[in-house]
Structures are given as structure tokens and as C-alpha cells.
Ligand binder design. Structure first.
Ligand SMILES: Cc1ncc(COP(=O)(O)O)c(C=O)c1O
Length: 354
């Protein structure tokens, strides 16, 4: 039986990092200077948005002008929709999606059209999958102004394979396409396709964030790559007085410490394997394949309420989804090894009535 371990709430329900960022980020914060805190950035006068955008542009071999900076990818999504979507225009989004996708179009009087995913199998695990034929069919019928793809997607954890993505992008050149890659890094750290696709698809914007893989959600910093037709979005989003200098510096430090993030990701990957094995051996449970820092787990409807209560009494929070596409699923954010094993022990105790 699991001992009562935590005196404070463990938030395994928000897709935040429980390991935290590179220790070098804390070191930097201890030594912040007047330049960091009291002065505006001088970078705009140097012809770039910041040293971070310059750094990212170099890393990806993309023109710095095509790198957008933001307060996280929520901000990017908002800017893209607010800039391009007019009243009564449509955005095409996944049915199985992050709740904010479903709300954002209404902020400007637009509305949603949804495309469904289907459930298949990969590497012996159940997984949601993008149905590109269906997406093209719906796109062609509805002609939305903006199309949204999330890869990996929240809360399903699946991603769209690169060639399938190309096929879809090729079919919807008439729309602005936003790929939300907030959960990039946990399944693969491949970046090669970014320049290739940004060059090939001028209406494409690929959005990233430092919140998830780099564990800097509190610093609120994200970035995007914009295709060559999106000059107006780039101008709209530019901040002449700069962004948050400390957040940018933290971002640069994080990018420099790939070794730390690879180590954490390896631990999380091992824990995902542990969750797959344990959950899929329990009657009525299905753990879906995840390329993210969370996992979707289906479980019997009748235990949800009591399990939620049982876990809350032990200071463990996981997200019991309750929306149109997900009535029996929970989304569990991967925690530290200790948190993950403790959570699993508690769930087993609950099931065996301990
Ligand atoms: C799919 C998805 N995109 C974007 C975000 C926003 O992340 P941030 O604004 O911290 O970059 C989230 C937050 O959880 C998310 O789940």
C-alpha cells in the first residue's frame, strides 16, 4: 500500500514540467543585472527582434525576419486568429483538441469547423491518428480561412507524420495553416523539416514554445516560423521596445543545455513505457501512445468520480476530461519518476480497495 507522500498538491493535470528547466536558468536568475531588469532591449536598432530570434534563425537556417517571438504559443495562436480571421470566417480545427482552439475564433466573431481523428494502432499501442483524406475533404468543402494542426496534439498525444503533413499542406495552400508544436521535443527533436516546409508553403506558420520541453512555462516565451506570404503578421507581432529580456535569456540558456533536456526526456520516456505496461494490463484501461509530456488514458466511467476523490485526498491531481470528444478519458501529465510511480501505486491501491 502506498504511503501518504505529499503534503502539497502535485499538479499532474496541466502539462507543466515537474523537473524544471536547466539548472543554469536558476543560476542566471541569481545574477540578473540592471540591464536585464531596468533597460529596454537595444536589439531592434541592430535590425533584429532580439538575440534570441537571431539565435533561433541561425539554428534553423531561416531568415530572422521570419522568426516571430511571443508570450508563449497561446499568444501566437491569438495573434494569428486576431490578425487573419474576419467576422463569420471559419477556422478548421481538430475535434479532439485543446479547449482554447474551440474558443479563440469566437473572440473575433468567427466560428469553428472540426475535423475528426480516428483511433488506430502503432507499435502495439492504441493511438489517435490524423485522417488526412478526410481533412482534405472537409477543407475543400468548407474553405476555412485558417487551418490548425497540433503535433503532438493535446490531449491525444499523437503527431502527424511528416509526409502526411506535406500532403495536407499541399492541398490547402489557399488557407493560412498554423501548426502548433507546443509539445515538440518529447517524441523526437527533429527540426529538418522546418526550413523545408516554411520555404515550400508560404502561408504556413509553425509555432513552438519554451513552456513544455524547455520547462519555462512561467517565463511565457514562445516563437514561430512564418512563411514568406505572412509579412503582415510578422509586422503586426513585432515589438519595437523588445520582449521580456529575462525570458529570452532563459530561452537561450535552455537551448544551450540540450544535454539536460535529453536526460529528462529519457526518464520521461521510460516512465511512459512503464505507464503503457501498467495501465494496459488493467481491466477497462487503455493508455494511448504519446509523443508529448502527458498521456491520454481511458478508464471505466463508473470509477472516475471516486478515483478523482481518492487521488485528491492524496494530493494528486490528474485531469479527468469531460468534454464532447472525451467522456471517459483522463489526461495524465508525466511527473518526476517518484511522482509517476507513486501515482500508479495509488491507482492500484484504489482499484484493489486498499
Ligand atoms: C496544444 C497547446 N498549445 C499551446 C499551449 C500554450 O502553451 P504556451 O502558451 O505556454 O506556449 C498549450 C498549453 O497547454 C497547449 O496545450
Amino acid at each position: 500500500m502506498a504511503e501518504k507522500k505529499y503534503n502539497e498538491i502535485q499538479y499532474l493535470d496541466r502539462n507543466e514540467s515537474q523537473y524544471g528547466p536547466s539548472p543554469k536558468c536558476y543560476e542566471y536568475l541569481k545574477h540578473a543585472t540592471i540591464d536585464d531588469l531596468s533597460w529596454y532591449s537595444r536589439d531592434f536598432a541592430k535590425g533584429v527582434k532580439s538575440s534570441l530570434s537571431k539565435r533561433i534563425a541561425n539554428d534553423f537556417n531561416i531568415d530572422e525576419r521570419q522568426v516571430i517571438l511571443s508570450y508563449g504559443s497561446e499568444d501566437l495562436l491569438k495573434q494569428i486568429i486576431h490578425y487573419y480571421l474576419d467576422r463569420k470566417e471559419k477556422i478548421l480545427i481538430p475535434k479532439e483538441a485543446w479547449w482554447y482552439y474551440k474558443k479563440v475564433a469566437y473572440e473575433v466573431g468567427g466560428f469553428n469547423v472540426e475535423y475528426p481523428m480516428y483511433i488506430g494502432e502503432k507499435d502495439g499501442l492504441k493511438t489517435y491518428m490524423y485522417d488526412v483524406d478526410r481533412m482534405i475533404e472537409i477543407y475543400t468543402r468548407e474553405r476555412p480561412r485558417i487551418v490548425l494542426i497540433a503535433s503532438p496534439n493535446n490531449p491525444t498525444g499523437n503527431r502527424i507524420p511528416k509526409e502526411e503533413l506535406r500532403r495536407f499542406l499541399d492541398a490547402c495552400r489557399g488557407a493560412i495553416v498554423m501548426i502548433d508544436e507546443a509539445y515538440w521535443g518529447f517524441g523526437s527533436t527533429e527540426n529538418d523539416y522546418v526550413k523545408e516546409y516554411i520555404d515550400e508553403f508560404p502561408n504556413l506558420v509553425i509555432c513552438r514554445t519554451f513552456s513544455k520541453y524547455y520547462a519555462l512555462a512561467g517565463a511565457r516565451i514562445g516563437f514561430a516560423f512564418a512563411g514568406k506570404n505572412l509579412e503582415e503578421l510578422i509586422n503586426f507581432s513585432v515589438r519595437y521596445l523588445g520582449y521580456n529580456k529575462m525570458s529570452e535569456k532563459l530561452g537561450e540558456i535552455a537551448l544551450d543545455d540540450s544535454e539536460y533536456y535529453e536526460r529528462v526526456t529519457k526518464l520521461m520516456q521510460e516512465d511512459k513505457e512503464y505507464f503503457y505496461k501498467e495501465f494496459n494490463a488493467m481491466e477497462g484501461f487503455t493508455a494511448y501512445k504519446s509523443y508529448a509530456n502527458f498521456m491520454l488514458v481511458d478508464m471505466p466511467q463508473h470509477i472516475r468520480k471516486d478515483l478523482d476523490k481518492y487521488l485528491k485526498e492524496r494530493n494528486l491531481l490528474i485531469k479527468f476530461l469531460n468534454e464532447e470528444a472525451f467522456k471517459t478519458e483522463t489526461r495524465i501529465t508525466l511527473g518526476t519518476r517518484e511522482q509517476n510511480y507513486h501515482l500508479m501505486e495509488c491507482i492500484k491501491d484504489f482499484l484493489t480497495g486498499k
